[in-house]
Design a protein around this ligand. Structure first.
Ligand code: 5GP
Ligand code: ZN
Length: 116
């Protein structure tokens, strides 16, 4: 399967990895939208939130658990962070391997993301 994030999981495409356990990896986004911009992904290929099967919900929990640990390790647990999942065309999802953006490192803009 031609999935860029599966290749990052395998290691055939390099990434700046900050976290790895049995189920999840996290690495720096190649085009950061905030001073700290990480992507947290399951090792298992799931295309998007629309494709999460009932047996995958614990894995989504694992991603949130990883986010909590990463936030502590990166020193942003107290200053704050935002965890974002894009799903489908209106969200602007471009990589169809489910991922959560962890954004932090400065006061982030509000949630009014309507296009002009
Ligand atoms: P989406 O819009 O699908 O939610 O976000 C995909 C994200 O993946 C984008 O922020 C983009 O910069 C990032 N990205 C795309 N290709 C690569 C890559 O090869 N390596 C890394 N580290 N990030 C990537
Ligand atoms: Zn994949």
């Amino acid at each position: 399967m031609d999935c860029i994030f599966c290749k990052i999981v395998e290691g055939s495409i390099p990434s700046k990895k900050v976290f790895e356990n049995e189920h999840v990896i996290a690495f720096h986004d190649i085009q950061p939208a905030a001073p700290l911009h990480l992507l947290i992904i399951p090792k298992k290929h799931i295309a998007s939130m629309n494709d999460v099967e009932p047996e995958d919900w614990p894995l989504i929990g694992e991603i949130h658990r990883a986010a909590q640990q990463i936030a502590r390790e990166q020193g942003i647990a107290e200053t704050g962070y935002r965890l974002v999942n894009n799903c489908g065309p209106d969200s602007g999802q471009i990589v169809f391997h489910i991922h959560y953006h962890l954004l932090a490192g400065e006061k982030l803009g509000g949630l009014n993301v309507r296009s002009a």
